[in-house]
Design a protein around this ligand. Structure first.
Ligand SMILES: Nc1ncnc2c1ncn2[C@@H]1O[C@H](COP(=O)(O)OP(=O)(O)OP(=O)(O)O)[C@@H](O)[C@H]1O
Ligand SMILES: [Mg+2]
Length: 246
């Protein structure tokens, strides 16, 4: 199976080890979830996967290729709080035109038509194209982020905390949306979150990170039979949180 292979990856900054000897594969055409508490190193790993920061040692092989030879469009990401990555003065139209100007100058008309089709697909009204991006809700911003990225025709999408900040209904919408894109567009996902219910609901494969190390991995049933105390505690604290919500 095609995969992104992470081999003996280490990252340290100012003498502090942030990621330690990480080894795992993210398989193509699957949804893989990485769970870990705050500060465990999830976002750092995502930034290294994207080539935004460089590891101290170890390597990542993308479908058999080094990052520099792997086509840029194939690997895209939606970050936590995606609106902060948009130009706040842009309208929805300008937000959607931006990737087309970067990637598809030559097939602009075809791609713009696709952008309009995606607005329907994601239930965003065309009449809002001239609205400022700041006026959209969190759920809408997530759907707009998907449109922007799908126009680039990725095969892999990495997501950092996609449901944090969404209310329970939007959270459900977001889970169905990710599953729908995965199934209909055959896109592989790598999703990081500290939310155990979310990760166990959405993932085919699960990786658990604690203090910069992967301490458990398995299929989505991993949480039923945790091997480490850490995952047992994660489960218990999750139950406590759920009790608090009732
Ligand atoms: N540039 C940096 N300089 C110093 N320490 C850093 C730097 N970047 C990250 N760290 C530290 O690395 C650790 C991991 O950070 P990271 O943001 O990857 O965690 P995370 O798992 O994404 O947490 P969260 O769930 O809160 O988003 C933290 O202790 C953080 O303080
Ligand atoms: Mg993070």
């Amino acid at each position: 199976m095609k995969s992104i292979k992470i081999k003996n990856l280490n990252y340290e900054i100012s003498g502090i080890k942030i990621l330690e000897d990480i080894n795992f594969n993210i398989y193509k055409e699957k949804i893989s979830g990485l769970i870990g508490t705050s500060g465990s190193g999830k976002t750092t790993l995502l930034h290294i996967l994207l080539g935004l920061i460089k590891q101290s040692s170890g390597e990542i092989i993308y479908e058999g290729l080094e990052k520099k030879y792997f086509p840029k469009n194939k690997l895209q990401a939606i970050f936590q709080d995606p609106i902060s990555y948009f130009n706040p003065n842009f309208t929805l139209k300008e937000i959607l035109l931006e990737p087309l100007e970067i990637y598809f100058k030559n097939e602009f008309d075809k791609k713009w038509n696709l952008a309009l089709e995606y607005l329907d697909y994601f239930s965003i009204s065309k009449s809002s194209l001239n609205q400022n991006i700041k006026n959209f809700s969190g759920g809408e911003i997530q759907r707009i982020s998907f449109i922007r990225i799908l126009l680039i025709e990725p095969e892999w999408i990495l997501m950092d905390e996609p449901i944090s900040g969404l209310d329970p209904i939007r959270r459900k919408d977001s889970i169905s949306l990710i599953k729908k894109i995965h199934q209909e567009k055959k896109i592989s996902f790598f999703i990081i979150s500290h939310d155990l219910d979310f990760i166990s609901e959405i993932s085919d494969f699960v990786f658990v990170m604690q203090k910069g190390k992967i301490i458990e991995e398995g299929d989505k049933n991993l949480f039923q039979n945790p091997k480490t105390n850490f995952v047992k505690e994660l489960k218990n604290s999750r139950n406590l949180e759920n009790l608090k919500k009732v």
